[in-house]
Design a protein around this ligand. Structure first.
Ligand code: RB5
Length: 145
């Protein structure tokens, strides 16, 4: 079976956690495409968020993980894209609900405000949880403006 591809994006504040996420993905048998950034040098999160979002909207793969310091900036940027539903998560229960209720296609985490084990559980839970559909679809359909 072909490996599922996960798209990755971060700014400098999210870079260290992004590097750990790569190890967790590889251990779970996923491939990934890293849209940067590639160091802890100061940079602007929209650059990397837009690159990830464009690739998902172009159908290159379906799922992403994005990280900045608080998670807010990269999450705001991603959610400006019509094809993105990104969810800021800091504990696995929220990551599960982001999939079950929101059909989120990008997991966002706050790199400066999340413990490593919680981040790992968020990644695993997000990737392993299915969307429930049903009443949630009506709500998702009502999001676009
Ligand atoms: C970078 O200092 C920081 O502002 C950024 O990572 C993020 O937290 C913005 O929302």
């Amino acid at each position: 079976m072909e490996k599922k591809i996960i798209g990755l994006a971060s700014d400098h504040a999210g870079y260290p956690l992004k590097e750990q996420v790569k190890e967790w993905l590889a251990a779970k048998g996923y491939d990934y495409i890293d849209f940067g950034t590639n160091s802890t040098d100061s940079c602007d999160y929209p650059t990397f968020a837009h690159a990830l979002a464009n690739a998902i909207e172009n159908g290159e793969f379906t799922t992403g993980i994005a990280i900045c310091g608080t998670g807010n900036g990269i999450n705001m940027t991603l959610n400006h894209h019509k094809g993105i539903r990104s969810a800021l998560c800091w504990q696995p229960e929220i990551a599960a609900l982001a999939r079950q209720h929101n059909n989120a296609n990008v997991l966002v985490m706050p790199g400066r405000f999340i413990e490593t084990e919680a981040a790992k559980e968020c990644v695993t839970t997000f990737l392993d949880t299915e969307y429930e559909g049903g009443r949630h679809q009506r709500r998702i359909d009502a999001i676009p403006v």
